[in-house]
Ligand binder design. Structure first.
Ligand code: SER
Length: 889
């Protein structure tokens, strides 16, 4: 049974039982406690906690997940994978154990021809939590599983939480017995290789607090309702149903693995090391492809770092198998896109973008491998010179961090040199760096707020803050949460930095590339809070940050919120302009110009998009011209809600990283642009006035950035340029339109004059060559010329002069030394004739003598050498030293 069919069956089964099928959310988690979605229930967390109202109380999904804590294990075991899909059914306060258990049993055991998975009942085992008699009796009495195939396990195995504060509960797991060939009898408690876990049913009913271990954390209380969260690993299920031993041999992953083998000439199943590499490649290429498709870009922190590591590990493993060429990743990505495309059609649609990003990363990593090797060699030399046999941890870290050199490569290359690496030190530095990256990402969204404090705020706001800012820039509300220093406070006096939550607000929280609104909140008692930042640390929670300007802010007080209208309007203009420029680029460059980020600030915006190279200046001008022409048509800008399918059918651009909820907001500018967007916009395109594109640049592998000005800022920019042009015309006494020609004429004349000057100077220097040769003095039978040229003579001329004088003395044993100070440092050139060389005089050695006196170094061949130093005052000394050396020959 194909993987796609496993997913289809699961979803259909639950759809037929009243569940709404919810599309997978993006891998980019909305949840600030996570970098990436790592379980099927992550998008449902706000529903479990009662913070949001679910679209339906019964839902089912196939969720994309990435887990990387065990990345080193991938391929070594046959269970670990960084990317996987979790099938799940969810009940939010609807059914509980007594229905979830029979559902699971029915789907697993129902014959395949009737839409089930067709497992023989006697091959299934179950576990329940220690004291969960209720679950045991449902399994035994209602479903009919014999007691000897029901096992009890403790917190470690049968109590599920996300590892962080949030929903949790006891669980019951279903295992499939692969038979005696795979291990010992005795059920899952005895052997988890033979008995494979296929499904985890979590009876989500408690909320837990902080704690580091799996077993030690406080239970804070009951959730608002009893819920069900189940998770079935699609890949593992596919392996069983396809009769293969492990997930890498299932249909989708096998295609990538097989291609990797074909490209590198490796044979799967012959050699353990090669097998591990092939599995790593298969898993990582697929993960990387899925992450890029969700808008993640390789980088040095957070998710970007996870992605970069995954892609680089793939490339590294390709090289271990002998795959050195550029372009292998492209081929493999292509296979991954096709293999996953049936379930995720957007992969096929955005294939060009995915390739652009991954190809660029491959390019830059291959480059890194080339330069890194040189740096590695230096590090080895240093280690050797200091007599050690170990490469320091900070060297390995620097190689990794600055040059992107993976540690396994450093380890391998060090061992080839008979050196060890201080891995402990390296890992400590890595840990520290990762912690920093994680903290940075979290701080940006949550400030220093604790997640439990955020949850509390959300509850205070009635589960969700009502955002009224699309239609209103001011409005009445109630102050439902007040924080000082990250902790709840009943009141805050004048001058205090605060965080404020209102039950409804017109303030737009930074998001979707749009900067936060500023403004003031006036409280019922007369106090005023100035708002300088607005963030949404959790879905549905809007937190205003600022300072109490006057009076005392008190929790519970009534409030009147006023957005800074000018700023908001300017930001909205930027946002609409971004949509138009985005549309313009797609028209000009095709589908592959997909947005990869943006920032809409007052009067100015930047827009990042994927492209394989620089955008030609002509295209930039054309796009700018087109959007300006379109905007004066004064098109209606309209925002409306619709279903994702409807939006797609209308051709709305689904941006990377969008959460595909049921309803989406579409913003359209006439017929010109249509995008999914949660931001604020102008009402008519004419309000933009003018868009001025400032330029385009690269901001990383495969990503370009366009910056532009809008409205009055665009006008002022052009007005300034116009003044500048007028000033130039005035200075050059030319008409404006003559300027380019005039300036190019001036530049050409200047260049010619400089060349002429240079020539004259050379001639002057060389003119003395004849007379210099005549001054040669006899130093122990050698004709020696030592000359100091006037300051400012260039090094080239010094060399020419030395060679010229030598030419005049060529018949004799002669040494010519010319020195000078081209800028601030002395330069010395020594030229030696053949006759002198026969007497053992070498130009390189003589330059060494001079350079020593000048406090510098240099070298060259036996007949001609050049050097320099730091101290011009020592030139006389250098001349003497060389003369002495000649005399001693
Ligand atoms: N949340 C549980 C898991 O991840 C079941 O979906 O295993």
């Amino acid at each position: 049974m194909e993987s796609a069919e496993v997913a289809r069956r699961f979803l259909t089964f639950f759809e037929e039982r009243g569940h709404q099928v919810v599309p997978s959310a993006s891998l980019v988690a909305e949840d600030p406690t996570l970098l990436l979605v790592n379980a099927g229930m992550v998008p449902f967390k706000p529903y479990f906690l009662g913070q949001r109202t679910p679209p339906s109380q019964r839902m089912t999904s196939a969720q994309k997940c990435v887990r990387t804590p065990d990345i080193e294990e991938v391929g070594k075991t046959t269970r670990h994978a960084t990317f996987f899909q979790m099938l799940g059914n969810f009940s939010i306060g609807d059914y509980f154990k007594e229905q979830a258990i029979p559902f699971a049993w029915e789907l697993l055991t129902r014959p395949r021809e009737d839409g089930g998975f067709g497992f023989p009942e006697e091959k299934l085992w179950v576990t329940v939590f220690d004291d969960d008699d209720e679950a045991q009796s449902i399994w035994h009495e209602k479903v009919g599983v014999p007691l000897d195939r029901i096992q009890r396990r403790g917190m470690e195995d049968n109590f599920w939480s996300m590892g962080v504060p949030g929903p949790c509960g006891p669980c019951s797991e279903i295992y499939y017995d692969r038979g005696p060939a795979y291990g010992r009898e005795g059920g899952p408690v005895a052997d988890e290789d033979r008995y494979l876990e296929v499904w985890n049913l979590v009876f989500m009913q408690f909320e837990r607090g902080p704690g580091d271990s799996k077993t030690d954390f406080p239970i804070l209380g009951d959730l608002p309702a009893k819920n069900i969260d189940t998770g079935m690993g699609l890949e593992r299920m596919a392996a069983i149903l396809q009769g293969v031993d492990n997930i890498y041999e299932t249909d989708t992953l096998w295609r990538v693995l097989d291609r990797a083998a074909g490209l590198t000439g490796a044979r799967y199943g012959r050699d353990r090391r090669a097998d591990v590499s092939l599995r790593v490649i298969a898993d990582h290429v697929r993960s990387g492809t899925m992450m890029v498709a969700d808008g993640i870009r390789p980088g040095n922190e957070g998710r970007g770092y996870v992605l970069r590591r995954i892609l680089r590990r793939s490339i590294r493993n390709l090289r271990l198998l002998g795959g050195q060429d550029a372009g292998l990743m492209h081929e493999l990505t292509d296979v991954a896109i096709k293999a996953m495309g049936e379930q995720y059609p957007e992969l096929v649609r955005t294939a060009a973008n995915i390739h652009t990003v991954i190809d660029a990363e491959e390019d830059s990593f291959l480059q890194t491998l080339r330069t890194g090797t040189a740096i590695f060699d230096t590090a080895v030399e240093e280690a050797r010179r200091s007599g050690g046999r170990t490469l320091a941890g900070d060297q390995a870290f620097k190689l990794h961090d600055t040059y992107g050199f993976p540690i396994d490569l450093t380890l391998e290359m060090a061992s080839e040199q008979g050196l060890q690496v201080d891995e402990e030190g390296f890992r400590r530095l890595m840990r520290e760096q990762r912690e920093r990256a994680k903290k940075d990402a979290r701080d940006k969204r949550t400030g220093n707020l604790d997640v439990s404090v955020l949850d509390e705020l959300l509850t205070g706001a009635g589960g969700e803050v009502d955002f009224i800012g699309y239609g209103h820039l001011r409005g009445d509300a109630r102050l439902v949460g007040l924080l000082v220093g990250g902790a709840n406070a009943p009141a805050a006096g004048e001058g205090t930095e605060v965080e404020v939550v209102l039950d409804r607000t017109p303030f737009y929280a930074e998001g979707g590339g749009q900067l936060a609104d500023h403004g003031v909140i006036r409280l019922g008692n007369g106090a005023v809070v100035e708002v300088t930042d607005v963030q949404a640390p959790l879905p549905g929670l809007i937190v205003h940050r600022g300072r109490v300007l006057s009076g005392e802010a008190q929790a519970g007080d009534s409030a009147h919120a006023e957005v800074d209208v000018e700023r908001r309007r300017a930001i909205s203009r930027s946002h609409t302009a971004t949509h138009m420029v985005h549309a313009g680029f797609r028209r000009a460059l095709g589908e592959s110009a997909a947005q990869a980020g943006s920032e809409n600030s007052p009067g100015r915006f930047r827009f990042d998009f994927t492209a394989s190279g620089a955008v030609p200046a002509g295209v930039l001008r054309d796009v700018e011209d087109e959007v300006n022409e379109v905007l004066v048509g004064d098109l209606d800008v309209r925002a409306f809600h619709t279903s994702i399918d409807e939006a797609r059918a209308m051709g709305a651009l689904a941006l990377f990283g969008e959460k595909y909820g049921d309803e989406v907001r579409v913003v359209e500018v006439g017929d010109y642009s249509r995008e999914l967007c949660g931001g604020t916009h102008v009402a008519r395109s004419g309000q933009l006035g003018l868009i001025k594109v400032l330029g385009e640049s690269s901001i990383g592998a495969g990503v370009r950035r366009v910056e532009a000005l809008v409205g009055i800022d665009a006008f002022r920019f052009l007005a300034r340029e116009s003044v500048l042009v007028a000033q130039l015309a005035e200075q050059l006494k030319a008409r404006k339109e003559e300027l380019p020609e005039r300036i190019s004429g001036v530049v050409t004349r200047l260049r010619d004059a400089e060349k002429e000057l240079e020539k004259l100077r050379s001639q002057q220097v060389l003119a003395i060559a004849g007379s210099l040769a005549d001054t040669a003095k006899d130093v122990g039978g050698i004709a020696f010329v030592g000359h100091r040229a006037p300051d400012g003579t260039g090094a080239d001329d010094l060399r020419k002069l030395a060679v010229d004088v030598r030419g005049r003395l060529v018949a004799r044993p002669a040494v010519v030394m010319v020195t000078g100070v081209p800028k601030d440092r002395p330069v010395v050139v020594v030229a030696v004739t053949e006759g002198a060389r026969e007497r053992g005089l070498k130009a390189g050695a003589l330059v060494g003598v001079a350079a020593k006196a000048l406090g510098g170094g240099g070298g060259g061949k036996d007949d001609l050498a050049q050097g320099g130093g730091a101290n011009p005052a020592a030139i006389g000394e250098a001349l003497d030293a060389v003369e002495r050396a000649v005399g001693a020959a």
